[in-house]
Design a binder for this molecule. Sequence first.
Ligand SMILES: *[C@@H]1O[C@H](CO)[C@@H](O)[C@H](O)[C@H]1NC(C)=O
Ligand SMILES: *[C@@H]1O[C@H](CO)[C@@H](O)[C@H](O)[C@H]1NC(C)=O
Ligand SMILES: *[C@@H]1O[C@H](CO)[C@@H](O)[C@H](O)[C@H]1NC(C)=O
Length: 462
Amino acid sequence: MFSREKARKKMEDWRILCSILMVIMMVIEGGEAQLSENFYSSSCPRLERIVQQAVKKKHDQTFVTAPATLRLFFHDCLVQGCDASVMIFSPNGDAEKDSDSDLSLAGDGFDTVIKAKQAVEAVCPGVVSCADILALAAREAVVLTGGPSFSVELGRRDGLRSKKSDVTNHLPKADHKFNELLNLFAKHGLNQTDLVALSGAHTIGAAHCSKFSKRIYNYSQFSPIDPTLDPLYALQLQQQCPPGVNPNIVTFLDPLSSNTFDNSYYKSLIVGRGLLTSDQELFTNPASRPTVVDFANNPGNFNAAFITAMRKLGRVDVKTGNQESRTLEQPEVESRTVEQPGAESRTLEKPETFVTAQATLRLFFHDCFVEGRCDASIMIFRTKRRCRERCSRDGLISNRSRVKGHFPDADCDFKQLQTMFAKHRLNEIDLIASLGAHTIGASQLTLHLTLTKLRNSCKSTA
Ligand SMILES: *[C@@H]1O[C@H](CO)[C@@H](O)[C@H](O)[C@H]1NC(C)=O
Ligand SMILES: *[C@@H]1O[C@H](CO)[C@@H](O)[C@H](O)[C@H]1NC(C)=O
Ligand SMILES: *[C@@H]1O[C@H](CO)[C@@H](O)[C@H](O)[C@H]1NC(C)=O
């Protein structure tokens, strides 16, 4: 009880400090309503470096970080402007993030901003808005996956309003036609070039089967398959997304190089391999087709247009000067978070306690399969010695290279799994029983891999 009281007191102090800081800042910056690249150059000079490091660390843990963060930025900016309102948690389930369009935002995007915000707060408390951190993190997502770097304008205030109902009709939908997309972008001062360029972010994205199943099964009364789709690609998509597929299964939006931020997305559109209607429309429509062709042939032109469009996006309806609050207080930002990263974390709509169970089980399993012992070696950080000193019986070796060959890949067949489990004196009953843990794992990506690699055998794991 004592410590709870203390925590409450601490929170109060924090709030008071925040309010004071906010008032001081309003006085200093009153009236100023411009974004600028060096907005924090004196109040938080190391800001960009801190965000860069935090995003890189998260990206090293899970690839989903990059597409999830970029998408979060986009969804934030198009609804009530770039003000981090997408991150606000409502106990009533009626915030922006509770809308149908935002439920598919991956937990890792939120987690990236929360981690970066914590790192920034440790150095410059109460200074930098979540909206600015999200804008910087989105830039890092592009850079970390091989895309162009660019300078980010700063000075956004965080919004206080976040309503599910505000999202309606503000975000592009997978089945949107060209004119719908164009109108939606135009509302925010984004033109046709911006639309085509920003769609290029799909170069590292993925989409659920339900977003395009109509195109491959039930297009029209004359043709079950969308005629703008390459027939061979349609067939592959049918294999990846059979009727009645697990709704969590995802497919990459850029079939050529889904892990790299490049212009191959546009090359795919030209050959009818745009995954969503809203992708393929950019090539189908004669107005935007020349831009698609240009971006496919000239990566430099794509990069330049993407940078221009990202900077324009970052200015959409921003709150500056003394509008609204500068920083969201931590408790308002719900952590839709997994502490243990991995493919599993693609979509986390479940309450945190639920994720804890799934993540802990998986962590235990992964720990026990490497170095032959359940020795918590999976928890050792290269730079952190704390656990090593405190818990003398825990393992000391934790080497990335030792993991290879110890783990069931998604595409292992039963025999290979059996061999792998046998190494640890686990028989097939144990194998089947432990796979049952997937009953609480959101293993959509694993399932996806299994489906797309059916013909491949297990890579040198056995
Ligand atoms: C869109 O705006 C950018 C400048 O922000 C400009 O370079 C480009 O030509 C415009 N595109 C169209 C189609 O108007
Ligand atoms: C195809 O669409 C029609 C009309 O929307 C619907 O009635 C039918 O059930 C759909 N068929 C399949 C296989 O989804
Ligand atoms: C990890 O193992 C590799 C190969 O066995 C070795 O070269 C490397 O030095 C090890 N790294 C650490 C941090 O122990």
